[in-house]
Design a protein around this ligand. Structure first.
Ligand SMILES: NC(=O)c1ccc[n+]([C@@H]2O[C@H](COP(=O)([O-])OP(=O)(O)OC[C@H]3O[C@@H](n4cnc5c(N)ncnc54)[C@H](OP(=O)(O)O)[C@@H]3O)[C@@H](O)[C@H]2O)c1
Length: 251
């Protein structure tokens, strides 16, 4: 029987590419984001192309009171939910000491609190039905924080830690946990993503992510190389060298 997967942040970028990759393997989909017109268009395209069922829900993860209602609406439309991918997220550059932390607040509210609320609503459904798979979209910056993106890096490090704690808590509940740490993927999340080092296309990344999720991997880096090697190397680099490298690659 086909599985049903819900993806937040499915209106563009990695979320939309994941929807394509799952649909191509016969999964039914629940797609959620704020831009319902984009979700509608994607849903009709995937239904026509792959003959899968696609339900949509308009969702703002900054308003966590709406998340449980959106997930239970999608569960009703699809029959049940086997997997939830908490993917919705934003980035933002802010120099430390600029005197206004509004961007940082929005990032933490969306990437961390929004993801926690999504994962919690999903877990409630999974505990009641006795199975499920939680997937979180963290970032390589969880391991190697980015200058001028302190809130973004912190939101992702916290999400990784949060989900690793959930994994231990849910170990005997038939609920799997996968935490994905992408390097740089070409999407609209930041301007000129194509200039970032080792950047890959979203559809390539999504195929790798689906393979890792289906294998029930726990902590995943996408693409695995060169980022896995970079993780070890960067941990050994002295701060001035790290700062110089970021200044060169990320200006
Ligand atoms: N691209 C990369 O290099 C990269 C690297 C590491 C991690 N990531 C993570 O991957 C995830 C997807 O990002 P992306 O690169 O695909 O960027 P993107 O193309 O900008 O997509 C972001 C998605 O999140 C949704 N979203 C944003 N705020 C939301 C909110 N308040 N409520 C509901 N949905 C919201 C957007 O939909 P609406 O605007 O329609 O709501 C959109 O579908 C993010 O969590 C990001 O941090 C990306």
């Amino acid at each position: 029987m086909s599985k049903n997967v819900v993806i937040t942040g499915a209106s563009s970028g990695i979320g939309a590419a994941l929807a394509q990759a799952f649909a191509s393997k016969g999964y039914n989909l629940g797609l959620a984001a704020r831009r319902s017109d984009k979700l509608e268009t994607l849903a009709r395209e995937l239904e026509d192309k792959y003959q899968v069922r696609v339900a949509i829900a308009t969702l703002d993860v900054q308003d966590d009171s709406t998340i449980a209602a959106a997930l239970s609406g999608l569960a009703q439309s699809l029959g049940q939910i086997d997997m939830v991918v908490a993917n919705a997220g934003i980035s933002g550059v802010r120099r430390s000491g600029s005197g206004n932390i509004a961007i940082d607040k929005a990032i933490i509210q969306t990437n961390l609190i929004g993801a926690i609320a999504t994962l919690d609503a999903a877990t409630k459904i999974f505990l009641a039905q006795g199975h499920g798979h939680l997937v979180g979209m963290s970032s390589f910056s969880a391991f190697s924080p980015l200058p001028a993106s302190a809130a973004y890096s912190a939101s992702k490090a916290a999400l990784t830690n949060y989900m690793n704690a959930m994994r231990l808590e849910l170990i005997n509940k038939k609920i799997d946990v996968t935490i994905i740490h992408p390097g740089f993927i070409k999407t609209d999340i930041a301007p000129q993503m194509e200039k970032y080092p080792f950047v890959i296309e979203a559809d390539v990344a999504a195929q790798q992510m689906v393979r890792a999720i289906e294998s029930k991997k726990v902590n995943v880096i996408i693409p695995n190389m060169p980022w896995k090697a970079a993780k070890g190397l960067m941990a050994l680099m002295p701060d001035p060298l790290l700062a110089m490298m970021f200044a060169k690659f990320m200006k």
